[in-house]
Ligand binder design. Structure first.
Ligand code: ZN
Length: 452
């Protein structure tokens, strides 16, 4: 079995791992690099020369750092199937098209404002290229969790984390490789806990929270307290959120807070993201993959103002009453949240609350670090609003959750590779796994190849 780590090795984005086994060349995920500019520049490097020799892609879930480079792979000559769950297929359609729209918009803006070193500035990929990649998605047949690729069998098991997310087992003869994808937590608001791992000869495991524990306490109550405090001061709350997953968890939290009388039932909640509106409909359609009742699923968007057009979004900006605004993107790297940031950051009455992990180098990470000015669309804006983070809403298993996931293994894997983490987090998990198993555990370098 040969492995090559083409992304999410030394960082949390750009998941791409190539596996050669049973005569097949399989790519596990095909994600975008995000965050620091040096990382994002990797997106522009040529895809691995052998794109046309990849037999199949197996997609753990729809997040762009796992799926967002599929259009680049297709442009580089990949013509094979991209296997995934049905919910992942549906979410990918929404996410990839949005990613392409944003890339096209950025290129148009750069050309208009002459802010690019390249003339003309090109989008990373176009909407047409995203559509070609979406056409290669092959959802699992209804009621099935396996697919065959030559003599290799791939099995998708629930990983929590996000609607449709799976960990993936590849079986060839009596060899079994398991790839964790992103693992969810046992106490997620929307997702059931990840299914435990029982057998793996070779293991690729994520380590986003490899050295951290989720804070104790109730993130829903924390959100309620911040919102109550802010509207009491006459301000509004901006929640920069991933449109898919986190936005639906926040809608559920706000619904529960209103029902419990913790927030005024009439407090306007705005979902200012066409993509989040589409994703909410998909969460309702695939409700059986969630841990909420049919009534709660139906209630996700009840009484919520949905602003599908940017004209409606702009009108919203001029309203003065306190409200809660959910807008993408989650790390404030682009999207409609930037317009709200420009308006709200300079006003000390408002609160900007990040409900998710902020990768280093993103605008979100810089705001959380306490920077007093924020650069948006080429201009600087003062930051006087209260900036905070609700850490407990993460969709990832923490260090203890990761150890729990592997605790059902009957025997240690022959080789383990710790991926998808900042260096310190990956090394912390490597250390703990090696102590428990007394078998080799590696943190692979970007681009490195291994035989396992
Ligand atoms: Zn993810």
């Amino acid at each position: 079995m040969d492995l090559q780590f083409l992304g999410a090795a030394d960082t949390v984005t750009g998941s791409r791992h190539r596996v050669a086994l049973g005569g097949q060349s399989v790519l596990l995920d095909c994600g975008l690099f995000q965050g620091y500019k040096t990382l994002r520049e990797r997106n522009w490097a040529p895809m691995p020369a052998a794109a046309s020799e990849v037999d199949a892609v197996l997609l753990s879930h729809a997040h762009l750092d796992h799926s967002g480079a599929l259009p680049l792979l297709v442009r580089a000559g990949f013509r094979g199937p991209v296997h995934c769950t049905a919910a992942t297929r549906d979410l990918c359609e929404v996410l990839l098209l949005d990613s392409a729209h944003l890339a096209e918009e950025d290129a148009r803006r750069a050309n208009r404002d002459h802010t690019s070193r390249h003339t003309p500035a090109r989008p990373l990929y176009t909407v047409a290229e995203a559509r070609r990649a979406i056409a290669q998605l092959r959802p699992l047949a209804r009621g099935r969790d396996t697919v065959r690729i030559g003599h290799v069998t791939a099995t998708f098991r629930p990983a929590g984390h996000l609607l449709g997310a799976s960990w993936i087992a590849l079986n060839s003869g009596d060899e079994r490789l398991v790839y964790s994808g992103d693992l969810g937590r046992s106490d997620d608001l929307l997702m059931p806990p990840p299914e435990p791992l029982e057998q793996a000869d070779v293991l690729l495991v994520e380590s986003t929270y490899g050295q951290r524990l989720h804070p104790p306490g109730d993130p829903v109550a924390e959100l309620g307290a911040i919102v109550r405090d802010t509207i009491g001061r006459g301000g509004s709350v901006l929640l920069p959120t991933f449109a898919v997953g986190r936005a639906q968890a926040l809608l559920l939290a706000l619904q529960r807070l209103k029902e419990a009388g913790e927030l005024p039932a009439a407090l306007p909640v705005v979902l200012d993201s066409p993509m989040a509106i589409q994703a909410t409909a998909l969460y309702q359609r695939h409700r059986r993959g969630l841990r909420i009742s049919a009534a709660e699923a139906a209630g996700l968007d009840q009484g919520v103002m949905l602003t599908a057009s940017s004209a409606a979004s702009m009108r919203l900006a001029s309203r003065r009453m306190p409200m809660v605004i959910l807008a993408a993107s989650g790390m404030a790297t682009g999207g409609r949240v930037l317009h709200h940031l420009k308006r709200m950051a300079p006003d000390p009455r408002h609160a900007i609350v990040f409900p998710g992990f902020q990768a280093g180098g993103t605008r979100g990470a810089r705001l959380l670090a306490g920077e007093t000015e924020v650069k948006i669309h080429g201009a600087w804006w003062p930051v006087r609003a209260r900036v905070s983070q609700i850490a407990g809403l993460s969709g990832h298993a923490d260090a203890q959750g990761l150890m729990e996931w592997v605790s059902a293994l009957a025997r240690p894997p022959r080789s383990t590779f710790v991926v998808h983490g900042e260096a310190a987090a990956s090394d912390a998990l490597r250390h703990r796994l090696q102590e428990r198993w007394n078998s080799p555990v590696h943190v692979p370098e970007h681009g490195s190849s291994w035989s396992a």
